[in-house]
Write a protein that binds this ligand. Structure first.
Ligand SMILES: Cc1cc2nc3c(=O)[nH]c(=O)nc-3n(C[C@H](O)[C@H](O)[C@H](O)COP(=O)(O)OP(=O)(O)OC[C@H]3O[C@@H](n4cnc5c(N)ncnc54)[C@H](O)[C@@H]3O)c2cc1C
Length: 510
């Protein structure tokens, strides 16, 4: 195998933490390679509840450091990516038998004051018998509270970090698995293989970063043949999607009898997202699926509060993911810390290996900063933190004002149907201009596959965003899978097959 150039960092894992570290490091001038065994965000980072939130619930477990960092991140990330992140109002119906009102008020007071807040409104008490926000709730809930957090398109956040990393010089290899890693001559030597294939490339790097999420322990022991000092605690969480249960853009945070909370969130215009569960898990993280009793649990939680009742037969789609939490030996799955731990293995001057345990989508940017600060003794120069002030790709809208930018975009492209213009801007932000290009009519967007899917968007996703399969496009780069009919899917499969054939023929040409 030919010897590779020496990278500063080789990052294993293209979830939010790997992509975030790659972006931050590349922006500081480090030579970075990231490998992801499947598609970007194919594991936990596309299976979250999709909240950029402080985590009101974590205050009960005294996780003040985490909550403060996360609260501050809400507005930092909102400014950086106003297309895929937006404020959301949460309504907390008061359940006296579960938590006294003073306790909820104290929690919300802390939530309002722990982290700097400029754009997001503070919390307030609600009379749910009069307030329209109480409309969807069943009769006996009288009082409640509201507060604000943010929504994020989780898998798109990963792709935007990878995109920015690449534009700052990082190499991003998807469908590339790190099969083995060893220390040699003061460096890491790692073998990479195309998914499902034999090791084809040997890479050398000064530092290895293990951001393999639920596979973090396996990567330590099986890939790098090391003893793991820290362990991952795998906790499965599932969500269901049902037809929209109520009007309005507000979400509900429902207190459950087991003291957990379940969210109801307006989703993809026509649906309501309900989640999540907390179930200890020891199977293959890639095989995590919702179980029947989890579906029942989520329906029951919604039925306890909402006027409109639902059952498993209403579920249109579900997804499950595995939280790769740091094992702090808690007995209860809901009580395991959501904070992250960065573990460095570099005894006796050996080339360092940094492993990421735990963390939230919300805190990925700070996690990346902390990772680089921890690695600074082994790097010649790590520069200053920079990501707090710089937009993610497509997020460079004046004053981070999505609505004003949408109005301008629609004015510039009046032929685009309003729903499509909005969808493009929500997904791609200012980069929607690259998809639309010089088009002056829908026909100029190329082949129409149905359900608002045009070739110009597909080309962008394949050429710029590493999309290779229909699933990448329908479920991770977008959630068009919820909206597209069978015919559109068939045309998409056909389009991808034609493109792959054309690419193979180009390679075959002398
Ligand atoms: C149900 C649920 C709800 C959640 N809700 C929220 C929320 O609302 N807000 C929030 O902030 N956080 C939330 N989280 C937490 C958040 O989703 C995770 O902390 C985060 O996504 C973890 O990202 P990661 O990059 O560490 O792991 P992952 O996203 O799992 O990425 C790890 C990647 O490593 C790859 N990999 C593994 N081994 C190899 C190898 N040998 N070679 C190459 N690649 C490899 C995997 O394929 C995978 O893509 C939630 C989590 C769950 C499960």
């Amino acid at each position: 195998m030919a010897k590779s150039p020496i990278y500063d960092l080789l990052i294993v894992g293209g979830g939010i933490n790997g992509a975030g570290i790659a972006r931050d490091a590349a922006g500081r001038g480090l030579k970075v390679l990231l490998c992801e065994q499947h598609d970007l965000a194919s594991a936990t980072s596309s299976a979250s509840t999709k909240l950029i939130h402080g985590g009101l619930r974590y205050l009960e477990y005294f996780e003040f450091r985490l909550v403060r960092e996360a609260l501050i991140e809400r507005e930092v990330l909102l400014r950086a990516a106003p297309h895929i992140i937006w404020p959301m109002t949460f309504v907390l119906p008061h359940a006296r038998q579960l938590r006294p009102a003073w306790m909820v008020r104290l929690g919300l007071w802390l939530y309002d004051h722990l982290g700097g807040r400029e754009r997001l409104p503070g919390s307030r008490g609600l009379d749910l018998t009069r307030d329209p926000l109480g409309g969807p709730l069943a009769g006996d809930v009288k009082r409640g509270f509201s507060y604000a957090d943010c929504w994020v398109e989780d898998s798109r956040l990963v792709v935007l970090n990878a995109l920015d990393a690449r534009e700052r010089g990082a190499e991003i290899r998807t469908r590339t698995r790190c099969v083995s890693a060893r220390r040699r001559d003061g460096l890491w030597e790692m073998d990479l293989a195309p998914s499902g294939g034999e090791a084809a490339e040997r890479i050398r790097a000064r530092i290895m970063i293990n951001a393999a999420g639920p596979w973090v322990s396996e990567t330590l022991t099986s890939v790098a043949s090391l003893n793991a000092k820290s362990a991952v605690r795998m906790i499965k969480g599932s969500h269901i999607v049902v037809p929209r249960l109520y009007d309005g853009e507000q979400s509900y945070i429902l207190q459950n009898t087991d003291r957990r909370v379940v969210f109801l969130i307006p989703y993809e215009q026509r649906f309501t997202l309900i989640g999540t569960t907390d179930v200890p898990y020891d199977g293959d993280p890639a095989e995590a699926r919702i179980a029947d009793d989890e579906t029942r649990y989520l329906c029951d939680a919604a039925n306890r509060y909402l006027a409109q009742q639902i059952g498993p037969e209403d579920v249109i789609w579900s997804y499950a993911g595995v939280r790769p939490l740091y094992d702090d030996a808690s007995e209860n799955a809901s009580a395991v810390t959501r904070d992250y731990v960065l573990d460095i293995d570099a005894d006796d001057g050996a080339a360092p290996l940094l492993s990421v345990f735990g963390g939230k989508i919300t805190t990925y940017r700070k996690l990346a900063e902390h990772a680089l600060a921890k690695l600074s003794p082994w790097l010649e120069a790590t520069g200053d933190p920079w990501t707090a002030e710089v937009s993610l790709p497509g997020g460079d809208m004046p004053d981070a004002d999505f609505d004003a930018y949408l109005e301008r975009f629609q004015g510039a492209h009046p032929w685009l149907p309003p729903a499509l213009a909005r969808r493009y801007l929500r997904a791609y932000g200012t980069r929607a201009e690259r998809i639309v290009g010089r088009a002056a009519a829908l026909d100029d967007l190329g082949e129409a596959l149905g359900d608002g899917l045009y070739e110009a968007e597909l080309r962008y996703l394949v050429d710029q965003e590493w999309a290779q399969t229909a699933e990448d496009i329908l479920w991770r780069r977008s959630k068009l899978g919820l909206h597209c009919g069978a015919e559109t899917r068939a045309r998409l499969d056909d389009w991808i097959a034609r493109r792959a054939t054309a690419a193979a023929e180009r390679i075959a040409l002398p």
